[in-house]
Design a protein around this ligand. Structure first.
Ligand code: ADP
Ligand code: MG
Length: 334
């Protein structure tokens, strides 16, 4: 097949932007790793940077299928931009449609749908402006930007324990990220992330990954914060932060798996997705968010949940990337 990869490449952060502005974008090693994996099974694999010229490039190139890993530039629907172009051009692409990508990026919208489908998720409210009265709530709470990923805006101090801390953190999120703050009930139970691959009846759940908070230095809060993901865990000094397969009994694994699948279908996800979950004090898995454009680092030495879960399920990186293409082709019937 003639394939193209659509991506956004990490850049140095310009003056005036938050230091984590490009955290979600991929580096060249990742894009090259995906290209190599696809090139091992396909005759042609073009690289297309998903910038403002992407539409014209893809219109000229007319690939038979696009492997979509483009996170997009600006706004709460940025992950939908490239898939929307593909739909206008009639080019098949891997992964979810614009609606699902936009819904999952706006965590509150995703949570409304999860709640409608009776899928447990933490209680929440959204604050648009710091001049609003903050609702009364039981502490601790966690404050996050409404539409970010890759732990952007989630810091060790994002857990707040008083109205004053809440106000301060909400104000930081609104000012720094230029978007509303999502405030959630803080769940202190075990955390898992679950990789799913496929569609419909053929949806496959890979072995769950547990986030192992005992790997963090003493005094650091047990959340997968920006510090945990990008500062404490470095390729030269990796943290032993993921346990996969998670050590869970069959009953808990069943509940985690079932919740992840229900969330996948509720949001209309296609082909692949990683769902983050945390247990409440009664041991019930709650969905924190869905990642329908999951990060994939090719180097097994680097911590990357989806490839790790795939390896535990017997799939190396090359097989994983090509399986995403295969499930998309089956969905399109091409
Ligand atoms: N309601 C919550 N209760 C407990 N921990 C949470 C909650 N929401 C987020 N976290 C912690 O913060 C991390 C990042 O939050 P998440 O919503 O997954 O953001 P991102 O899109 O940046 O991955 C989670 O992996 C978890 O450790
Ligand atoms: Mg997450």
């Amino acid at each position: 097949m003639r394939l193209a990869i659509a991506y956004n490449i990490k850049k140095d952060t310009e003056e005036g932007l938050p230091e984590d502005f490009y955290a979600e974008w991929d580096d060249m090693d990742t894009i090259e790793g995906v290209r190599e994996a696809l090139a091992s099974r396909h005759e042609e694999v073009e690289l297309v940077e998903a910038d403002a010229g992407a539409y014209e490039k893809l219109k000229t190139l007319k690939p038979q299928l696009v492997f979509n890993m483009a996170e997009g530039f600006f706004g709460e629907s940025r992950e939908s931009h490239l898939p929307a172009m593909m739909e206008m051009l009639g080019i098949p692409y891997t992964g979810s449609a614009p609606l699902t990508l936009a819904l999952c990026l706006n965590k509150a919208r995703a949570k409304q749908i999860l709640s409608y489908c009776s899928i447990p998720n933490p209680e929440f409210f959204v604050i648009e402006s710091i001049s609003e009265d903050l609702p009364g709530a039981n502490f601790p709470l966690i404050v996050k930007p409404l539409y970010e990923g890759s732990s952007k805006g989630i810091r060790d101090d994002s857990i707040v324990r008083s109205p004053a801390e809440l106000r301060c953190k909400v104000s930081t999120v609104i000012d720094k990220y230029g978007q509303p703050a999502l405030v959630e009930e803080y769940l202190e139970g075990r955390e898992f992330t679950v990789a799913l691959l496929g569609n419909g009846e053929e949806l496959r759940v890979l072995p769950p990954v547990e986030i192992n908070y005992s790997a963090l230095p003493a005094g650091v809060n047990p959340i997968y914060s920006y510090e945990a993901k990008w500062i404490l865990d470095r390729p030269e000094t990796p943290l032993d932060i993921f346990t996969c397969p998670a050590k869970v009994d069959a009953e808990l694994e069943g509940r985690i798996t079932e919740t992840a699948k229900r969330a996948f279908h509720a949001l209309g996800v296609r082909d692949w997705c990683r769902t983050d979950m945390r247990l409440d004090s009664g041991g019930t898995p709650h969905v924190l968010e869905l990642n329908p454009l999951p990060g994939i680092l090719p180097d097994p030495k680097q911590n990357s949940c989806f490839p790790k879960a795939a390896r535990a399920g017997g799939m190396d990186f090359t097989t994983l990337v090509n399986t995403v293409v295969e499930v998309a082709r089956r969905r399109y019937g091409i």
